[in-house]
Ligand binder design. Structure first.
Ligand SMILES: NC(=O)c1ccc[n+]([C@@H]2O[C@H](COP(=O)([O-])OP(=O)(O)OC[C@H]3O[C@@H](n4cnc5c(N)ncnc54)[C@H](OP(=O)(O)O)[C@@H]3O)[C@@H](O)[C@H]2O)c1
Length: 390
């Protein structure tokens, strides 16, 4: 999917990070020449040349700790694509400056406190006339789309379960972000409110059929950003999120988590977690990015037992993130969304994602007690995008 040229500039902040650079390369592939930004002039200059040797991209140096400098960096900019995380540290400053300068804001967060902050700013964004679109990557674009589709297929649903099976290595920034939040504990949404939960509680699913034709994959409950976004995009009050886990992690982690959390909430434990997160490669290799496939699963359940399930398949997480974020920047930059804080599927519908290369709906079904079944109950079926009626 290529976007029409943006009327004014797109600025990518965090452009020399692993994901930021993928975003910049994807923007160039889609015919957009973004302005690069970040706090290190040497690394910015290097990326500006490496990604476009014949005509290096423009870049601006700005620290998030200096609101004036940051505000100047947004001169002539229409949309910021914020790729510098952990966002719990970087988003407040960038959101503030975007609101002050009336510049649209998109980020790649998956962190619940950042989504909640963005939703708290919804009225201000509306009044200012800008769009805030947090979570424009792997979390939450496919899961939000699957959740909105499942909710529409199950009117009156009160329970929503969301799962992500994203094999392949994590980037250094993602490892750092996980370390940052590791001591926070598990959250779920109940009666519309975010509440803490015990991962060992028997209410949680042990496994999910990410491929209806294959054995189920072990999962653990997880605090995905969908706890914030799916509540806004579907209105379903009980939401639980899951991530695929190895069988051994699934067996050991719930019991050891309280101890682990205790260690991680100390200063020493946090320092160690950050050291470990920094070790290893910057992120998945280009081979991983080309070969790995990801599945997003959502199931909505109504009080009378009716259910609706949806499974989407996408390219590898970081490749998908770059693709989706740039495509969303194109939509936002061309004035395609109403001002306010938006989730991808609430703003664009659950079908929009199917226009991205390599994204398919691989399963859609409805079920429930006999007599209440709807049209597509029964064995899992492959529903090619062209045939689905959404
Ligand atoms: N939700 C999703 O699906 C998804 C997908 C991909 C990535 N992400 C998230 O995106 C973030 C970046 O990931 P990554 O893999 O690109 O990490 P990375 O390679 O470590 O890059 C992080 C970037 O952020 C910048 N940065 C961090 N803290 C900063 C601060 N306080 N001020 C200014 N710049 C700052 C870094 O610049 P310096 O080197 O100067 O610090 C660097 O440019 C992570 O939080 C990750 O979890 C989310």
């Amino acid at each position: 999917m290529s976007s029409p040229p943006l009327p004014r500039g797109l600025l990518v902040y965090g452009a020399y990070g692993y994901t930021g650079r993928l975003v910049v390369e994807e923007a160039l592939r889609q015919g957009i020449r973004p302005v690069l930004a970040g706090r290190d002039p040497h690394r910015l200059e290097a990326v500006a040349r490496e990604v476009s040797p014949d005509a290096p991209l423009p870049f601006r140096v700005a620290s998030l700790d200096d609101p004036r400098e940051l505000a100047r960096a947004l001169d002539g900019i229409h949309t910021v694509l914020h790729a510098a995380g952990p966002f719990v540290h970087t988003a407040p400053a960038m959101l503030g400056v975007c609101l002050a300068r009336r510049v649209h804001y998109i980020d790649l967060t998956g962190e619940v406190p950042v989504f909640e902050l963005a939703f708290d700013l919804a009225e201000e964004a509306k009044e200012t006339g800008i769009v805030l679109l947090p979570g424009a990557g792997m979390d939450v674009v496919p899961t939000d789309s699957a959740a909105v589709r499942a909710a529409a297929d199950c009117p009156g649903a009160t329970r929503l379960e969301i799962g992500l099976h994203s094999p392949g290595p994590l980037s250094r920034g993602t490892r750092r972000t996980i370390a940052e939040h590791a001591a926070d504990g598990l959250l779920v949404r109940r009666d519309g409110r975010l509440v803490p939960a015990n991962p060992g509680d028997p209410e949680f699913l042990p496994a999910i059929h990410f491929d209806p034709a294959a054995p189920p994959v072990p999962v653990l409950p997880y605090t995905w950003g969908d706890l914030s976004t799916a509540w806004r995009s579907t209105g379903i009050p009980h939401i639980t999120c899951y991530m695929a886990a190895s069988r051994s992690t699934r067996a050991i982690l719930p019991a050891t988590l309280p101890l682990l959390r205790g260690v991680l909430s100390t200063r020493g434990g946090q320092a160690l977690a950050h050291v470990l997160a920094r070790r290893g490669p910057d992120g998945p290799s280009s081979r991983d990015r080309n070969e790995v496939r990801v599945r997003a699963w959502a199931r909505a359940t109504a009080p009378d037992g009716r259910t609706a399930q949806v499974i989407l398949e996408t390219p590898e997480a970081y490749r998908f993130t770059a693709m989706a974020a740039v495509a969303l920047a194109g939509v936002v930059g061309n004035g395609g969304l109403e001002p306010g804080t938006r989730t991808p599927a609430e703003a664009l519908g659950s079908r929009w994602i199917l226009g991205l290369p390599g994204v398919h709906m691989v399963h859609r079904s409805q079920g429930g007690p006999p007599g209440l079944r709807k049209t597509q109950a029964g064995p899992p079926s492959f529903v090619p995008p062209a045939e689905e009626s959404m």
